[in-house]
Design a protein around this ligand. Structure first.
Ligand code: E4P
Length: 229
């Protein structure tokens, strides 16, 4: 399963890309606004840090304007993926961009029917928003289950399922069990994946026992080296 990070915060991206766990980045207009930067610079800076797909979303809502914005965004770097909303104009834009071999992430997906349409127009990625479905009393992960099932019936659909609006580690685990291709994680959730109280307690016990020995691996190695000289 691939991990994307869902942020436009350069410091977070730099920090977390050092873990070697990041396969890509997703942004949206709200995340760009939160970053405080201009979208062209922010996306260019992210692409300097990450070689995997970086989603940049158009903000126009009408086909011709979406195409014009997509052209500008796709010229920023070869790894830019154009993000379009799941609307009629968004899917028309997706189809044309895909014919030009430009990668497209179709976002704001809330139903299996919408995911089917995105698959049909050849989207590179479909982004179902699980957290926002949970927020209104639904079960977001049921949608992932349905999309995995539907796409698996049609080998001609090459669209990758990018689980979005992830709120907690359980969303990630459920998505992995269902065989979703990608999750895009807020930095906080990626950090939560590392954590387990027994890891913290175990490490603390090991270190306190170790301290009692008075040993240091590096000092012992140095002593050995000196003795052999
Ligand atoms: C996906 O690409 C979106 O940027 C994102 O996952 C939305 O998440 P939210 O519902 O937490 O805003």
């Amino acid at each position: 399963m691939k991990f994307f990070i869902d942020t436009a915060d350069l410091e977070e991206i730099r920090d977390l890309s050092d873990t070697g766990l990041l396969d890509g980045v997703t942004t949206n207009p709200s995340l760009i606004a939160k970053s405080g930067g201009n979208i062209l610079d922010v996306i260019a800076n992210i692409c300097d840090l990450v070689s995997g797909p970086v989603s940049a979303e158009v903000t126009a809502t009408e086909f011709d304007a979406m195409m014009s914005e997509a052209k500008v965004l796709s010229e920023i770097a070869p790894n830019v993926v154009i993000k379009v909303p799941l609307t009629v104009d968004g899917l028309k834009t997706c189809k044309l961009l895909r014919e030009d071999n430009i990668e497209v992430n179709v976002t704001l997906c809330f139903s299996a029917a919408q995911a089917l349409l995105a698959g049909k127009v050849g989207a590179s990625f479909i982004s179902p928003f699980v957290g926002r479905i949970d927020d209104i009393g639904g079960t977001g992960m049921e949608l992932i289950d349905e999309i995995v099932d539907i796409y698996s019936q049609y080998p001609s659909i090459e669209t990758e399922i990018l689980v979005a609006s992830v709120r907690h580690p359980n969303h990630v685990i459920e998505a992995a069990k269902m065989g979703a291709d990608i999750v895009t994680l807020p930095p906080k959730v990626l950090r939560q994946l590392f954590k387990h109280p027994l890891t913290d307690r175990g490490l603390s016990d090991f270190l306190s026992d170790w301290e009692k020995t008075g040993q240091s691996i590096l000092n012992l190695a140095e002593d050995r080296k000196k003795a052999a000289e």
